[in-house]
Design a protein around this ligand. Structure first.
Ligand code: NAD
Length: 381
């Protein structure tokens, strides 16, 4: 059976979901809505679906799953309303902009026996799954320590309206942290506790995005823009995580994990593919390409593909799990755990005290190549 999707939030990220939709036979986009009716109309015309109002979409009987691609501050409002109207929800990250809202979403779904799914689904991509296969096989031994780093000079030079990035629920830890933390939770299991420091390097950020309607405007910064955290995993592994929008240039790898037998470099978890590098003992790095696996080949940007971008994979995997009556992988418990870690990092950076993570999750099942291939069987490449 194909699940019928209603999309709420027709902004920047909605294109890739709509472009990828025909790959996945488990989902069919029916209608879309946005606070700005013209945004919904534009996507409806481009992708051949129906544009409706938000409350109309939530009330419709021919929609099974609400795909919530609104800004983080609206995630809880839309996800809770969708659950109340008896629909499953799949949300962009973070699950919510506060931990309390995230808990409310997961509890509301549980009470109604509905599913919550959440990005990032890059963890189901070829690279993270290939890395996980190696970790599970014991190739680098027991993971002991490592680093994660997401460092840049912000979002105000490319996003049409970067305001939300600098408001509560934004900042590099809330915005980019979920990619790195979800990858680490898939690779190493849940986090037990966190310590952190943080700062704001610039009190305002000037929008320089070409053609932005707010180009030239100064956005007051209300969130930590540079954070350095120490994540202690239940497994015993300890990872240093750096997240900043105050850095001009750097030489750090996105993710490096060092085990008792060897070391591993995992590519940027914002994408679905990339090379895995492994060094055993004193040996040299050996690179394995993941582009020949399902969800590893470059497809983005469309004109000149350089990255694997299969956003929507987590939604399709959730739809097929609903159909099969089994748990889905990019699930609400993982997203809530990641949100608790994000929130815990900010709390630890603010109070300078260690924070224990109360919302734990199970490490999701790996997504093997055969099962991954089945998700696109019969779909349009
Ligand atoms: N832009 C990216 O590259 C990117 C990548 C990955 C994930 N995300 C995530 O996707 C989400 C959306 O990001 P974006 O870049 O598309 O933002 P955006 O501002 O471009 O689009 C958000 C859309 O949601 C609409 N909206 C806001 N509140 C609403 C509400 N209450 N009801 C209905 N519509 C509402 C806005 O009008 C807007 O059209 C965020 O959670 C972000 O973290 C973005």
């Amino acid at each position: 059976m194909t699940l019928r999707i209603g999309l709420v939030g027709c902004g920047n990220i909605s294109d890739i979901y709509l472009i990828n939709a025909p790959r996945f036979p488990a989902v069919r986009f029916v209608a879309c809505a946005d606070l700005k009716p013209e945004a919904a109309r534009r996507q409806a015309e481009t992708y051949g679906i129906e544009a409706v109002g938000v409350s109309e979409l939530l009330a419709r009987g021919d929609i099974d799953v609400v795909l919530n691609l609104t800004i983080p501050a609206a995630h809880a409002e839309i996800s809770l309303a969708a659950l109340e109207s008896g629909k499953h929800v799949y949300s962009e990250k973070p699950l919510a902009s506060t931990l309390a809202d995230g808990i409310a979403i997961v509890e509301a779904a549980r009470a109604r026996d509905l599913r919550v799914g959440s990005a990032p689904d890059t963890v189901l991509g070829a690279a993270i799954q290939a890395a996980r296969q190696q970790i599970d096989a014991g190739t680098i031994g027991r993971p002991v320590l490592g680093t994660g780093a997401v460092l840049s000079h912000g979002m105000e030079h490319w996003h049409p309206d970067p305001t939300f990035f600098f408001k509560p629920g934004g900042g590099p830890v809330f915005d980019m942290g979920p990619y790195y933390l979800s990858a680490l939770v898939n690779l190493l299991g849940p986090v037990r506790s966190v310590q952190a420091t943080g700062q704001i390097a610039f009190e305002t950020r000037r929008v320089t995005t070409p053609h932005s309607p707010i180009r030239g405007r100064d956005i007051p910064v209300e969130v930590l823009t540079s954070v350095q955290a120490l994540l202690s995993f239940e497994s015993g592994a300890e990872i240093t995580f750096l997240a900043s929008w105050d850095v001009w240039r750097h030489g750090l790898r996105p993710l490096e994990i060092h085990g008792t037998e060897g070391s591993m470099r995992v590519p940027d978890p914002n994408w679905f593919g990339g090379d895995i590098e492994i060094a055993i003992g004193q040996g040299d790095w050996e690179t394995s390409d993941t582009s020949d696996r399902t969800f590893g080949g470059a497809n983005w940007p469309q004109a000149e593909p350089r990255f694997a971008n299969y956003r929507g994979l987590g939604l399709a995997e959730m739809a097929s799990a609903i159909e099969a009556g089994r748990p889905h992988r990019a699930n609400g418990d993982v997203a809530l755990h990641v949100l608790a870690v994000v929130d815990g990092v900010i709390e630890a950076a603010t109070t300078r005290k260690s924070v224990t993570i109360a919302q734990r999750c199970e490490r999701p099942e790996p997504l093997g190549e055969a099962e991954a291939a089945r998700l696109v069987e019969g779909g349009r490449r």
